[in-house]
Design a protein around this ligand. Structure first.
Ligand code: GDP
Ligand code: MG
Length: 183
């Protein structure tokens, strides 16, 4: 037991990829369709309990950095962790995610734990193994293999998630927590 390790975590990624929805799912266990866009930045906290210790995430859900890129360093400075989100149904959002990864690896804390997250996995449901029927509901534009290969090469954690169904949302935060060095 003892005090939780506090970890500042920043979310980055193009507007509309689901950053706020992921945080709301992780912190409040809810998903609201067509939520109001984030103005400025939202700050939320949530604990993550590991076998041997607890991590308290202090989460900065940013907005505006999408248009006003110069604001971003204010949020990622001093961050020990970052989640870079793209939308698996929109290939251009992965390009943006890659440029965020490069920027963080150059400019952020040297020990920062970075996770790449491909969100909106529920929109690629048509590909599930027990569904051989049609893939017309599958809106996927980025393959899991390509994104995983990029993440491996760049040294990023990686998961595909759905804020809508909650798939892998807790899992990615737990993976990040495990990578945070103990105090
Ligand atoms: P942000 O701009 O990155 O913070 O994105 P938001 O969280 O505001 O989400 C943008 C839009 O995508 C909203 O209409 C959400 O309802 C939708 N969205 C977010 N996550 C998911 C998801 O996992 N699946 C689906 N189908 N839609 C999502
Ligand atoms: Mg938002």
């Amino acid at each position: 037991t003892g005090k939780a390790t506090q970890v500042k975590l920043v979310l980055l990624g193009e507007s509309g990829v689901g950053k706020s929805s992921l945080v709301m799912r992780f912190v409040n266990r809810e998903y609201i369709e067509n939520r109001e866009p984030t103005i400025g930045a939202a700050f939320l906290t949530q604990k993550c309990h590991l076998d041997d210790r607890s991590i308290k995430f202090e989460i900065w859900d940013t907005a505006g950095q999408e248009r006003f890129h110069s604001l971003a360093p204010m949020y990622y400075r001093n961050a020990q962790a970052a989640i870079i989100v793209y939308d698996i149904t929109k290939a251009s959002t992965l390009d943006k995610a890659k440029s965020w990864a490069k920027e963080l690896q150059r400019q952020a804390n040297s020990g920062i734990v970075i996770a790449l997250v491909g969100n909106k996995l529920d929109l690629a449901e048509g590909e599930s193994e027990d569904d051989n029927s049609s893939t017309e509901d599958n809106e996927r534009q980025v393959s899991e293999e390509d994104a995983q290969a990029y993440a491996d090469e760049a040294g990023l954690l990686f998961k595909e998630t759905s804020a809508k169904t909650s798939k892998n949302v807790d899992a990615i935060f737990t993976e990040i927590a495990k990578k945070i060095p103990s105090e």
